[in-house]
Design a protein around this ligand. Structure first.
Ligand code: SAH
Length: 304
């Protein structure tokens, strides 16, 4: 893939939380972000709808995509069996991701990268049944408001964000490198220097149990005034109170200022607020307090 998206694997020395992280010489150009477009406003409006978990209601990963490429000649019965097996494996891996720490997940996926591919075959199928794909919303938000920003896509999946924003510098991280754009790592420890990016994106990727570590890492790599953009499944926050608690948790870090989205129109058009919750925060201090963890409910998929 051409363009300015950066793959950092083996090219960047990781240093965490010390202020001493360094990029090696052959790392790609890093652009200055457009901070003028990042004005502080107020807390993102929380729509009043009852949280809905479509992910709990939607069909499981029962299509053949997890298995069919390697088994093209199956009978209908065999195919049905393989579909069920694929769906069951997807659900198991999904649950594993939501109930272990990022470092355990990284270890498990490094040992068996097929977990990543099975997971994403199922994920693609789940996403087809959603009213919108939140990544489309994030992409348009960046295109509209942060087209010069250096981006870190934490838990990038197959790196569609980097592929779409090919004229921007996008650092893509996931447990397994699905393609050349992606650096395999745990998003609690990414190989980027301190204060080096303008926007950190977590699109449905705050899966591990150590959420505090993910946000601490986002804080470390963000420049002052940089933004963290989080989109999550609304049902992961226990009732409406869970979102309030999450916003309070973000405040207690003394690291971030919650800000209102700069484009409510984009939110309304592109993000199904019944199903997804989005928040933006600005890094406002050189040091934060990340002493407490915060838990979100796992997003589980029921067997059909
Ligand atoms: N952001 C992408 C993918 C969402 S699926 C999109 O919106 O399309 C969630 C992704 O987060 C998965 O690819 C999973 O492997 C990744 N992930 C979860 N925990 C992670 C961790 N600790 N480190 C790196 N990636 C992680």
């Amino acid at each position: 893939m051409k363009g300015k998206n950066q793959k950092n694997q083996a090219q960047i020395t990781a240093k965490h939380g010390t202020g001493q992280g360094k990029m090696k010489q052959n790392q790609g150009k890093v652009h200055k972000g457009n901070h003028q477009s990042m004005k502080p406003t107020k807390v993102n409006k929380i729509p009043q709808q009852t949280p809905v978990s479509r992910s709990n209601q939607s069909r499981p990963a029962s299509s053949s995509s997890a298995t069919s490429s390697s088994t093209p000649q199956l009978s209908a019965l065999q195919q049905k069996f393989m579909d069920k097996l694929g769906g069951a494996r997807f659900r198991t891996i999904n649950e594993e991701l939501y109930t272990t720490s990022g470092s355990s997940a990284f270890q498990a996926f490094s040992q068996d990268p097929s977990k990543f591919h099975i997971y994403h075959s199922g994920y693609r199928i789940q996403a087809q049944s959603w009213p919108c794909n939140p990544l489309d919303y994030v992409i348009q938000w960046i295109q509209k408001h942060h087209s010069n920003a250096v981006i870190a896509d934490m838990g990038c999946g197959e790196a569609r964000l980097a592929a779409t924003l090919s004229n921007q510098t996008v650092h893509s991280f996931d447990l397994v490198a699905a393609n050349d754009q992606v650096t395999a790592c745990d998003i609690a420890a990414v190989p980027l220097p301190d204060n080096s990016v303008d926007v950190v994106v977590f699109c449905l990727s705050l899966m591990g149990t150590n959420l505090n570590d993910f946000l601490k890492e986002a804080f470390r790599i963000l420049k002052i005034n940089g933004l963290v953009k989080i989109v999550e499944v609304r049902s992961r926050f226990e009732d409406g109170k869970g979102i309030k608690k999450f916003l309070q948790y973000l405040k207690t870090t003394h690291a971030f200022q919650l800000i209102q989205t700069q484009d409510e129109e984009l939110d309304t058009q592109l993000l199904d607020n019944k199903m997804f919750f989005s928040v933006e925060c600005r890094k406002i201090a050189p040091r934060g307090i990340f002493t407490h963890n915060f838990s979100l409910k796992p997003c589980v998929y029921k067997k059909r």
